[in-house]
Structures are given as C-alpha cells and as structure tokens.
Design a protein around this ligand. Structure first.
Ligand SMILES: [Zn+2]
Length: 314
C-alpha cells in the first residue's frame, strides 16, 4: 500500500465501511464498570474525533469475555503481566488485527493505551500503511512514513479526555504536508504545530528507499529529538508496526505512565465527571419514582450499602 501526501488520501474499499472493535478484560485491574465507561469514551473518540479526520467509521463495545465477541470484531484484550514484545497490535490467522493491552493500576493508564491502539488499528489495520513526504533528515529527500497516528504525541502530556476518560492525541493527514501553514490542524489537540514534528515522549518512523533501512526520530531522553537507524524490517515480526513497536514499547509505556497529572488538555477527571453523573442519576431516579408512584428501592439499598463498613460484603 502506498499513499502520497500530495494526493488525496486513498481508502481501501468502501469509504463508509464500518469496523467493529470489542473491548474485553482478562485482568482484575479492569472491572466491567470501568470497561463499559472506557468503551463509551473510545466510541465517542472514534465517531466524534477520529472519523471525520481520517474517514473511518467504527463501533466500540465492551464484552464480558472473549467467547462473547461476535465474528468480524477486532478484539482489544486487557491483560496482566504482558511484556512489551507482546503488547500492541497483532494479526490473527485470518489477517485481521487484534490488540493486547497491558493492564495498569489506574484507568487513565490503560484507557490511554487502549485509545492509542484503537486509533492506530482503525487508521492502519494492516500495520504497514505508508505516506510519502520529505524526510526530517534533510539529505534523505523523499521517504515513506509509517502511518501510526498516535506515536509522535503519544505521551500522557498531550492526551485529552472523552467523558472524563483519558484518550490519546493523534495526528491528521496534514501531518505529512510539505510546509507549515497557519490555521492547519496537525493533531487533534493541536499539540503538534508543524508537519512531521515529534513531541517529547514520542517518535516517528520512516523508510529510506535508497538504503532500504527504517529510521526514527525519537524524543525519549534529553532536551531534543534524535535520529536513529533501526535497519531493515524484520519479516518475522509480522507487520512493520510490530517491528517498530518492539523497539519502542518500553518508551511508549513510560510516556503514557506520566498520567493525567501531566495531561494539560485532559479537562475533567473521572472523579469530577462522576460527581456530576451522580447528580444526574439521582435526578433520573427521583423522576422514575414519581412516575412509578413509589420510592426507588435501588437507591435506598445503594445508600445503605454506603453506610456498611468497608471490606465486609453480605
Ligand atoms: Zn503506536
């Protein structure tokens, strides 16, 4: 597959083809209540933010177990104790993508990872979509960039929130424009302000066709980004994305672990959002009681449960 930044973006197949993403937890760190809230946030990000910019269309739903996921869905599975080589997007035997997400102690951390993988899976299902533009290394001329929309601004610092859930920034097709222009959006949050810019904690990968080597601009340490030659793609790794992710997985995890405290554009925290949701739910309950002509039992049991000492379940 080959795309040119100066031509309009080509899409595989029909424009309005709907992709279905399934979120499943196999970790005690991600309970069903959180899983449902994250899937609603990812659905909102996919249809409100990602869809108009990348011309994709997707549904996102949570399922209690992998066995419940319908055929044709792309699963994203949250798991404990998976290494950096295993985390990320893989292809199944039918050539369809699925993602393994490392669980984390905070929802912010795994929701940000899940959002990163979801956006990249939807924009580049096969893991080898490329777009041509000028290399950040001047002497290389035109090169072929791997289209992984979250990598350059992957750090939690540039994340934003949907329904109070932390989700990843992603670049737009203008990221591969030849020149910087005013009023052009290079990433969803506008944290990226110029084409092919790499922000702290992020990276960008491309292939130099003369040497056949893949190169990266990374900003993992120090005060500015650095270049590195990562060699020819390893066919055994699967997709180009899998080859690249093996080299950067640890760094991505570190950049994401900085968390909400450093996320300038995040807005409401889950706890803050939850406060107003609680008030709305109470309003609904009151009105339902009025309609039914009797007090809401559920509310009274919930309030009673709150008074019960912690750690004791009956
Ligand atoms: Zn990525």
């Amino acid at each position: 597959m080959h795309y040119d930044a100066e031509n309009s973006i080509q899409q595989e197949g029909v424009m309005a083809l709907v992709r279905h993403v399934a979120l499943v937890s196999e970790s005690n760190n991600a309970q069903m209540s959180d899983l449902l809230r994250v899937s609603a946030a990812l659905q909102k990000q996919a249809s409100r933010d990602l869809a108009p910019i990348w011309e994709i269309s997707a549904t996102v739903d949570a399922f209690a177990k992998l066995e419940d996921v319908p055929d044709g869905y792309w699963p994203m599975i949250i798991k404990d104790n998976i290494g950096y080589n295993a985390a990320g997007i893989h292809m199944d035997k039918d050539g369809q993508p699925f993602a393994l997400i490392s669980s984390a102690s905070t929802v912010d951390e795994w929701s940000l990872t899940a959002s990163h993988e979801m956006c990249e899976m939807l924009v580049d299902p096969s893991g080898d979509r490329q777009m041509t533009s000028d290399s950040p290394k001047a002497e290389q001329g035109r090169v072929s960039f791997l289209v992984e929309v979250c990598d350059p601004s992957e750090a939690a610092d540039f994340a934003y929130s949907a329904n109070g859930i932390l989700v990843s920034d992603f670049y737009t097709p203008n990221y591969f424009d030849p020149v910087t222009a005013s009023g052009v959006r290079y990433s969803y949050t506008s944290a990226i302000t110029a084409p092919r810019q790499v922000l702290r904690g992020g990276y960008l990968s491309w292939k130099d066709s003369v040497s056949g080597h893949w190169w990266q601009e990374t900003w993992f340490d120090g005060g500015e980004p650095a270049f590195r030659d990562i060699g020819a793609a390893d066919a055994k790794a699967g997709s180009i994305r899998a080859f690249v992710d093996r080299l950067t997985g640890t760094r991505t995890a570190q950049a994401i672990a900085r968390g909400r405290v450093s996320a300038h554009g995040a807005g409401l925290t889950v706890a803050q959002a939850q406060r107003s949701l609680g008030a709305t739910a109470a309003m609904w309950r009151e009105q339902i009681s009025e309609i039914l002509g009797r007090p809401d039992r559920r509310r009274t049991t919930k309030q009673a449960a709150k008074k019960r000492p912690r750690g004791r379940k009956r």
